[in-house]
Structure formats: structure tokens, C-alpha cells
Design a protein around this ligand. Structure first.
Ligand code: NAD
Ligand code: TYD
Length: 349
């Protein structure tokens, strides 16, 4: 479908898996990874594809309207997969405005540049907006988020993502801009920045540091292996219907405390430590304000309409993820020391 495909946020966690999949699978596409390289952007994630002919990196900020407009005119992007975002709830509580800028204004800049470039000749074009299940707010003890669940975001992060979803949909209604939106559950896997639960705790266990569990640990999240999310994005990008939303999740709910105990058991085995030693690191700390009790996705639509399902169980995915972090301690050291931010300079300047 697409010849000049723009992927935003491709140096981040999920984006780097999407870029890798597309670069390796679609040699006839020109794939442009646009990323401003915030603290969360790490080009070391893409070392294995950076020399491929169909891969191009553009360092740019989606908040810069003029630059974004110019890039669309120059490269004539016929499709966009938009992942660039501020993505961490705890950071959004400290600095909501940064989330408004990138997640809302940045998305609008992309929509406007896309709309202006194709000027109503949208045949064969597509704007794919990657969103989160957090826009639906919180569930009680039962029920699942479906595509028709009403939005009720509770954190500055989820409010900014909800707003961007609404704008994408509004551009579809108002300007007939062809869009598709997916709302995915919590991802885990290799290359995730160690501020999110799973990589933070893996790193802390390696270094015998406390594992800070918020509140009583009885919060529930629905976890999906990042490679399965990338596979779903590929499928929806090529076979999803315009003006549709698809929820993505693996029917894989875990209470935080149960997940942390499973992680501890797997880490003890892999590190050859005495059973129970990592669990001793668990420390209950002050709760996150506005902490959503439970997220859980009903993924029946994408399964029935497009035939997508996860390729690994949680135990398998978690084991692959831990092995990756243990075998890539250099990546982890570069991230924790800040050295990864020098990679762009060394490689591209
Ligand atoms: P991430 O924080 O790891 O990566 C975000 C990337 O966007 C980074 O490379 C960063 O440099 C880039 N970026 C940030 N601001 C930018 C700007 N102004 N201009 C250009 N680039 C910018 O995030 P992630 O976890 O990979 O999430 C990617 C997308 O998927 C986000 O839109 C997020 O809302 C969504 N999502 C994430 C999850 C999850 O569990 N991580 C789940 C569902 C949906
Ligand atoms: P996180 O990985 O930040 O994802 P999200 O907030 O987007 O769901 O957190 C996952 C869950 O783990 C969430 O309920 C908050 C909790 N958590 C902790 O208990 N301790 C931590 O140090 C972190 C980062 C998260």
C-alpha cells in the first residue's frame, strides 16, 4: 500500500520493534523513522537495521509545525504510523504540559501536514494513530474494555492520549482523512526504558535494589509482548478498515504483586540465586495519585475480523524479556548512565 511510510517515535520502545518489523518485511517501502530523541528515544535499539537501504532516520520534533510541514512536502509521506509520545504516567503527573504539547499539539501538527499534502486526494493513503487502553479509565473488579467503551481518562497521560484520539477521529469526520486507531494494553519486552514496571524491576533485581510496589500492589494490568503488538500494527495497517478502532490485548491480566512475584521467581532461577531472595527486595511505597485499579482489553474484534492473536504466553514472553536484559547489560548500562544519548552524534554527525 505505502511507498513512503513515516513512522514517528521509532527510536522508542514499541516504535523500534515496529520499525524493525517493517524494514525487514517490506523492502519496497521507504521507511522514515522520525524521532526527536527525548530521554526515551534510543537509536541503539535499531543498530541491526540502520544500514538497510529502505531505512532513513530523521531527527525532528513533532511539536515543530514548520519543520513537520516541510518534511511532508519534501518526502511526500503517503502513510503515517504515529507512535511518538510522552508515555510515562508518573512523568505526566509531574509535568502535564509536556504531554499536552507532544501528545496533542504534536499529533495535530502531523494531521495538518498530512491533510495539506494530500489536499483531499486521500486514495490509498492512511494515518494510523497508536493509542492506549488507558483512555478508557479504570475498570472495577469485572468487565473488559471494548471499542465502544466510553472514554474516561484519569491521568494527564491518558487525558492527552484521549484528546489526540478524538482529534484523529474528528479529522476523519470533518476532512475525510483516512485514519485507523488502535488502543493497546500494557506492553513489555526487550528495549523498554527502565522506568516502567518490568524493566525497572529487572534492573533493580540484578543490582539487589528495592522493588518499589505502589500502594498494596493489588492493581491489575493486562500485559502484551511488544513483538505481538508490532505484529498487530502491521496487520491493522495493511488490512484494517478506515475509520475503525481496534483494541489490542492478550487476555492476560495480572495483579502487580503477582506479576512481581513471578518475575522474582524467574530471576532467581536465571541468576542462580536462592529461591525467594529477589522477593525479599519487594518494598511497598506510597501510591501513585489517581492510580487506575484495573485495565483489561476485550481483543475479540481484532481476533475475529483480522485473525490476530498473541504468539507467546506471558511466561514465555517474560522469560525471553529477562534473558534479553541479562544478555544486553551494555544496553542497560548505556541507558542508566545516559551514554545512549551520545549514539546519535557518533552515528549520524
Ligand atoms: P516510548 O516513551 O518508549 O517512546 C516514545 C518515542 O517518541 C521516543 O523515541 C521519543 O524520543 C519519541 N518522542 C517523544 N516526543 C517526541 C516529539 N515531540 N517529537 C518526536 N519524537 C518524540 O513510548 P512507547 O512505550 O514505545 O509508546 C509508543 C506509543 O505507544 C505511544 O504513543 C504510547 O502512548 C503507545 N502505547 C504504549 C503502551 C506501552 O505499554 N508502552 C501501550 C499502549 C500504547
Ligand atoms: P507502568 O509500567 O508505569 O505502566 P502504566 O502506569 O502505564 O500501567 O506501571 C504498571 C503498573 O505497575 C501500574 O499499576 C503502576 C505499578 N508500578 C509500581 O507498582 N511500581 C513502580 O515502580 C512502577 C514504575 C509501576
Amino acid at each position: 500500500m505505502s511507498k513512503n511510510l513515516l513512522i514517528t517515535g521509532g527510536a522508542g520502545f514499541i516504535g523500534s520493534h515496529v520499525v524493525r518489523l517493517f524494514v525487514n518485511k517490506y523492502s519496497s517501502y521507504n521507511i522514515f523513522n522520525l524521532d526527536s530523541l527525548t530521554y526515551a528515544g534510543n537509536l541503539e535499539n535499531l543498530k541491526d537495521v540502520e544500514d538497510k537501504e529502505n531505512y532513513h532516520f530523521i531527527k525532528a520534533d513533532i511539536n515543530d509545525e514548520k519543520v513537520i510541514d516541510g518534511l511532508f512536502q519534501e518526502y511526500q509521506f503517503d502513510s503515517v504510523i504515529h507512535l511518538a509520545a510522552e508515555s510515562h504516567v508518573d512523568r505526566s503527573i509531574k509535568d502535564p504540559l509536556a504531554f499536552v504539547k507532544t501528545n496533542i499539539i504534536g499529533t495535530l501538527n502531523l494531521l495538518n501536514a498530512f491533510k495539506k499534502l494530500w489536499n483531499n486526494n486521500f486514495e490509498g493513503k492512511r494515518f494510523y494513530h497508536v493509542s492506549t487502553d488507558e483512555v478508557y479509565g479504570t475498570l472495577g473488579k469485572s468487565g473488559l474494555f471494548t471499542e465502544t467503551t466510553s472514554y474516561s481518562p484519569n491521568s494527564p497521560y491518558s487525558a492527552s492520549k484521549a484528546s489526540s484520539d478524538h482529534f484523529v477521529r474528528a479529522y476523519g469526520e470533518t476532512y475525510k482523512l483516512p485514519y485507523v486507531i488502535t488502543n493497546c494494553s500494557n506492553n513489555y519486552g526487550q528495549n523498554q526504558f527502565p522506568e516502567k514496571l518490568i524493566p525497572l524491576f529487572i534492573n533493580n533485581i540484578i543490582n539487589n535494589k528495592p522493588l518499589p510496589v505502589y500502594g498494596d500492589g493489588n492493581y491489575t494490568r493486562d500485559w502484551l509482548y511488544v513483538v505481538d503488538h508490532a505484529r498487530a500494527i502491521d496487520l491493522v495497517f495493511h488490512e484494517g478498515e478506515n475509520e475503525e478502532t481496534y483494541n489490542i490485548g492478550g487476555f492476560n491480566e495480572w495483579k502487580n504483586i503477582d506479576l512481581v512475584k513471578l518475575l522474582c521467581r524467574q530471576m532467581d532461577e536465571k541468576l542462580g540465586r536462592e529461591r525467594g531472595s529477589s522477593e525479599k527486595l519487594i518494598t511497598y511505597v506510597k501510591d501513585r495519585p489517581g492510580h487506575d485499579l484495573r485495565y483489561a482489553i476485550d481483543a475479540n474484534k481484532i481476533n475475529k475480523e483480522l485473525g490476530w492473536e498473541p504468539s507467546v504466553t506471558f511466561e514465555q514472553g517474560l522469560s525471553i524479556t529477562i534473558d534479553w536484559y541479562l544478555n544486553n547489560q551494555e544496553w542497560l548500562n548505556h541507558v542508566t548512565s545516559g551514554e545512549y544519548q551520545l549514539y546519535y552524534k557518533k552515528q549520524y554527525q
